[in-house]
Write a protein that binds this ligand. Sequence first.
Ligand code: NDP
Length: 309
Amino acid sequence: MVVRKVIIIGSGPAGLTAAIYTARANMSPLLFEGNQPGGQLTITTEVENYPGFPEGIMGPEIMELFKNQAIRFGTDVLFKQVTKVDLSERPFKVWVGNELYKSETLIIATGASANLLGLESEKKFIGKGVSVCATCDGFFYQGKEVLVIGGGDAAMEEAIFLTKFASKVSIVHRRDELRASRIMQERVFKNPKINIIWNAVIEEVVGKEDTGVTGVILRDTVTNETREVNCDGVFFAIGHVPNTSLFKGQLDMDSRGYIITKDGSTKTSVEGVFSAGDVQDYIYRQAITAAGSGCMAALDAERWLEVQQ
Ligand code: NDP
C-alpha cells in the first residue's frame, strides 16, 4: 500500500490552503473533502473581507478558486467522508468505509458546524422553515415573519440581514441581556423591523409537513409559561460545535471539543498530526485566519517530516 506523505481532512480555507502549500512542497497531498466540499463559506453569499477581492466574492466561488489552486499543484482531491482514523502509530491510518489510506503526517481541518437545539420538531423542519444560515435562505422570506434564536453577534448579524427580506424579525433570547458586542446591539435596537423577545426558549417548532413552519412554542424562562408565536421561519444562531468526533480519545481537546494546538503552532498532542482552521479555533473563525493556519500546518508538517528522515 502507498503511504502518503500527507493526508488532509477537510476542504474549507484551512484544508485547501494546507493542500496548496504541501503540494508546492512536493508532498503530493491527498485531501478528503467531506460531505460539505468548501466548508462553511459555501453556505454564505458574499465574502467582503477576504483580502484581494475589493469588490467582494461569492462564498462558493472563492472556495472553487481555492480548490482549483490546490489541484493545479497536484493535490488529489477526493469527494469522500472519512469515517475512522487510527493515530496510535505511524503511518497513521485513515478509513473511508472499508477503504484504508495511510500517511506519514495528517492535517486535520474538519471545521465546525452550526448548533441546533436537538428538538425532534426542529429536525423535521430543516429546509422547510428551520435554517442555520440567513445568507443562504433569507431570500425565501420576502415579506414574511421570522424568528432568530440567540443573543450573540451571529444572531444580531442574521437578524439585521433578514430585515432586507422579512417584514418582521424577532430575536428570541434566553436571558434579559444580549451577549453581542455593543455596536451590533445598537444596530439591532435602532432597526425598526427588529424586536426582541427576552427570557424565552423554544420548546417546539410547529408547522405542517407539506407547507412547513407556522410558528413556535416559546417558554418564558422566568414564569415558565408557554405560548405559541406565529412565524414563517426560524433561524438558529446559537453557536457552533467543532467537527472532532472522529478524533475523540485520540487527540487532546478542550472542554468544548476543540482540538488543542501547541502555542504558536498547529501541532496537536500526537506527533505528526497537525490541525488548522475552525476545528481548533473558536475565537477568530475567519476564512483568512483559517487559511493562515492551514499554511502553518503545511509548513509544520513539511518540517516535521524532514526531521524524521
Ligand atoms: P456566541 O457563543 O457568541 O453566542 C451564542 C448565543 O446563543 C448566546 O447568546 C447564547 O446565549 C445562545 N445560546 C447558546 N446555546 C443556546 C441554547 N441551547 N438555547 C438558547 N440559546 C442558546 O456565538 P456566535 O455564533 O454568535 O459568535 C461566535 C463568535 O463569533 C463570537 O466571538 C462573536 O463575537 C463572533 N462573531 C462576530 C460577528 C461580528 O462581529 N460581525 C458576527 C458573528 C460572529 P447566552 O448569551 O445566554 O449564553
